[in-house]
Design a protein around this ligand. Structure first.
Ligand SMILES: [Zn+2]
Length: 194
């Protein structure tokens, strides 16, 4: 999935993402982009992945001849439009689903972690969506939950090119962002311009 252009912000070296152009909001404020990102994580529960710079060696390794990977939200012929990728996805709709566990996004290089919420689905390897909102049967989906959603975008920006994992009930670092012993989502994104 295309995350947008990586923008260096401030002296911290942290990056934000946006899709370019004057007045265009940062990716974390875009609805479809954010929904697609959360769906991507749910679909790949239990997998490892990396947010890559386009053109990085590991990105080029994904090419077969001239053919690059199918990118959600990309603009090449074979890419997948956001609306197709999101078709039929009922984020936050808990009807008929049970909690398969708790999701944590981990950076295996830095030891950092971000709580993704309860994993709703048929099992730890078949997650429909993560839900960090409070209360049974209600609450906004993560993509519409502003601090939770911004925390995910920040985490990906901060750990770009690092090996990440989407774990359900797996090992987790001691102080997970958004978890009981870690900083809150709000504190983590406070002052972050992305
Ligand atoms: Zn990292």
């Amino acid at each position: 999935m295309e995350l947008g252009i990586a923008v260096p912000v401030g002296s911290t070296g942290h990056l934000g993402h946006y899709r370019g152009g004057e007045g265009v909001p940062r990716s974390s404020a875009l609805r479809e982009e954010s929904s697609a990102l959360w769906r991507l994580l749910a679909t790949h529960a239990g997998h490892h992945f990396t947010a890559l710079y386009e053109g990085a060696e590991r990105w080029r390794e994904l090419y077969v001849g001239d053919l690059g990977p199918d990118v959600v939200g990309g603009d090449a012929d074979l890419d997948i439009p956001f609306e197709d990728f999101l078709y039929g996805w009922r984020e936050g709709d808990q009807a008929g689903l049970s909690v398969a566990g708790h999701g944590v996004l981990r950076c295996l290089e830095c030891g950092a972690g971000l709580w993704l919420g309860k994993a709703y689905g048929a099992g730890p390897d078949e997650v429909s969506f993560f839900h960090a909102g409070a209360g049974a049967g209600g609450g906004r989906g993560n993509s519409a939950n502003v601090p939770v959603n911004r925390a995910l975008w920040r985490f990906l920006a901060e750990h770009v090119m690092h090996e990440l994992s989407v774990g359900v009930n797996g090992e987790a670092p001691a102080a997970v962002i958004g978890g009981t012993d870690g900083p809150s989502f709000e504190d983590y994104v406070a002052g972050w311009p992305g």
